[in-house]
Design a protein around this ligand. Structure first.
Ligand SMILES: [Zn+2]
Ligand SMILES: [Zn+2]
Length: 102
């Protein structure tokens, strides 16, 4: 499983201005279908969940590695955990333990 180098994620996170970059209309975001949720660099990862219910974020492959996507900043989008899960629904369906063990 390909992963983004830390350096790439850092740059992508900086470029995102620390906000979720999801633009999917299907998610029903406000702000012209942009999510824009404010994220905390220290809260990366699927396991993160604060006691108040706040969730973390993850770096997402715009083009998946299986389809030739590279581990570059251009192919990296920063997503809040909710959007990340929605976009990875297919993987989740395929193997529900995948995301937990990832
Ligand atoms: Zn989002
Ligand atoms: Zn979204």
């Amino acid at each position: 499983m390909a992963e983004f180098p830390e350096e790439v994620v850092k740059k992508a996170f900086g470029a995102s201005d620390g906000r979720c970059e999801c633009l999917l209309v299907e998610h029903g975001h406000s702000y012209n279908s942009m999510c824009m949720r404010v994220l905390d660099w220290n809260k990366r990862g699927q396991s993160f969940k604060a006691p108040d219910g706040e969730k973390g974020w993850e770096a997402h492959f715009i083009v998946s590695p299986e389809n030739g996507g590279k581990t570059t900043q251009e192919n990296c989008e920063i997503l809040c955990w909710d959007c990340y899960c929605k976009k990875n629904k297919k993987i989740k369906k395929f193997n529900s333990s995948f995301l937990i063990l990832f």
